[in-house]
Design a protein around this ligand. Structure first.
Ligand code: EPZ
Length: 419
């Protein structure tokens, strides 16, 4: 298992190109199961999670090729069962449930189980698919969904923490091939859901966002192949923007999805970071002093939970008291204990991190635990004195395309040490 060694203190300078979105690519790859015709996807990032999804598509019977960021999928025939050892590696695999049910009339998908950021229920997914006429059974750790023809319905996907991104994706994909019209109230509004909707429409689906969080889907008999370019990754872009802020440097991000980053960019501006957006290029510049943060995560367009850990790392370097609350994943604070090993003054009160920033973090051996917590440790290492070694960097490779190479190219002293 690889490690990163980061010698902190360098100022960063230059341009980073933002990759295609992981959280857009995964459900769009699942949607290719809805047609037997050829689909071509561009700007798909080369990530472990993407390769997991390609393995699942191949297991289900699809022909899959992936080269230079483009994926070709041809699911001429599809079996409706996804085994545990494939699904357990990635919770997002659950988004094959809707397409398999719509395509085959039956889907057997292993329950994703929990993960370090908290319990990952799929009750809203299942409620939505049942509303479309599917019979759902849970047996031996599997979800078994069956339907002799899906029928359009009206439903709400409101849960205790707002809507559900992948739940909205599952229901939307299944409803595309249902008989009649489906109305989804409290559907997720994340840009990645909109990107999936665009792809489905290019396949011949009839999906309309009727204002705010309401989706209308008019079922069709079948979908055809399509070609699509995936949107840029707003979380990767946000992570590199924080890299500029935490090192008090200036970076230019190319291909940044600025219109999807409003809450992240205003959080940076509130901290005193200079942000300038023009023609898809984002300039981020930070000098001392910065101001403490008061943040609370929310569903889009609120402050994203996927940026929470990165902003905890930034707050750890800003003198004064910051308060960061996660209402989406209340347990998503694995990074706090590791940041404290690096000298951060932080306390966790339920789902609120209270952080008193210090002038300089100190390098230490730390362990990655989940994707965004690991990114937070990389960011902290860029600012810390001496060397930070991060083990289990496979967590980072799940969601960041060559993060070490991208950071090295703008002046970071970061090295990947093969175990
Ligand atoms: C997606 O996960 C993203 N993953 C996550 O990004 C992201 O953190 C999350 O949305 C929230 O924005 C992908 O898109 C692949 P949810 P998802 O269903 O869809 C509760 C990353 O770092 N809930 O929107 O699984 C749930 O427990 C990953 O890239 C239910 O109660 O998240 C959570 O508290 C991590 N019942 C909240 O809703 C359900 O049936 C939001 O979950 C489903 C969810």
């Amino acid at each position: 298992m690889d490690k990163f060694a980061i010698r902190g203190g360098n100022r960063l300078h230059g341009t980073i190109s933002v990759s295609g979105s992981k959280n857009s690519s995964l459900p769009i790859l699942a949607a290719t199961l809805l047609t037997r015709e050829r689909c071509v996807l561009h700007r798909v990032p080369d990530l472990t999670d993407v390769r997991y999804m390609l393995d699942i598509l191949r297991y289900l019977g699809a022909d899959v090729e992936f080269s230079q960021g483009s994926v070709v999928v041809e699911a001429r025939k599809v079996v409706g069962e996804t085994p545990y050892d494939l699904v357990r590696r990635m919770r997002a695999s659950v988004c094959v449930l809707g397409p398999l049910l719509a395509r085959c009339g039956r889907a057997k998908v292993s329950l994703p189980g929990g993960c370090v950021i908290g319990d990952r229920p799929i009750d809203l997914h299942l409620r939505g698919l049942e509303a479309l006429g599917s019979r759902i059974a849970l047996s031996k750790g599997y979800v078994i969904a069956e339907a002799s023809g899906l029928v359009g319905a009206r439903m709400s996907l409101q849960g205790p923490h707002g809507s559900t991104v992948l739940g909205t994706d599952n229901v939307m994909m299944a409803a595309c091939l249902a008989r009649g019209t489906t109305i989804v109230e409290n559907a997720a509004s994340e840009p990645e859901v909109a990107d999936l909707a665009r792809f489905l429409c290019s396949m011949g689906a009839k999906v309309r966002r009727a204002g705010g969080s309401r989706l209308e889907i008019e079922g069709v008999d079948e979908l055809h192949g399509a070609e699509h370019t995936v949107i840029s990754d707003r979380i990767e872009a946000g992570t590199f923007a924080v890299a500029a802020a935490i090192t008090r440097s200036e970076l230019v991000l190319e291909e940044a999805p600025i219109e999807h980053m409003r809450s992240t960019l205003s959080a940076l501006q509130d901290a005193g970071v200079f942000v300038e957006a023009a023609e898809g290029r984002l300039r981020v510049r930070a000098t001392d002093p910065l101001h403490p943060l008061q943040l609370r995560t929310g569903t889009y367009p609120g402050f994203p939970t996927d940026m929470q850990a990165q902003f905890c790392a930034l707050a750890a370097t800003i003198p004064g008291r910051s308060r960061i609350e996660d209402d989406i994943f209340p347990n998503r604070f694995m990074h706090i204990s590791e940041l404290k090993r690096m000298g951060a003054h932080a306390d966790l009160l339920a789902n609120v991190a209270v952080i008193d920033g210090v002038d300089r973090l100190s390098g230490a051996p730390v362990m990655a635990s989940d994707l965004r917590a690991s990114a937070a440790l990389v960011l902290a290492g860029l600012q810390a004195e001496n060397t930070t070694t991060i083990s289990r960097v496979y967590h980072i490779d799940r969601g960041y395309e060559r993060i070490d190479a991208k950071l090295r190219a703008v002046g970071a002293d970061i090295e990947r040490l093969p175990k």
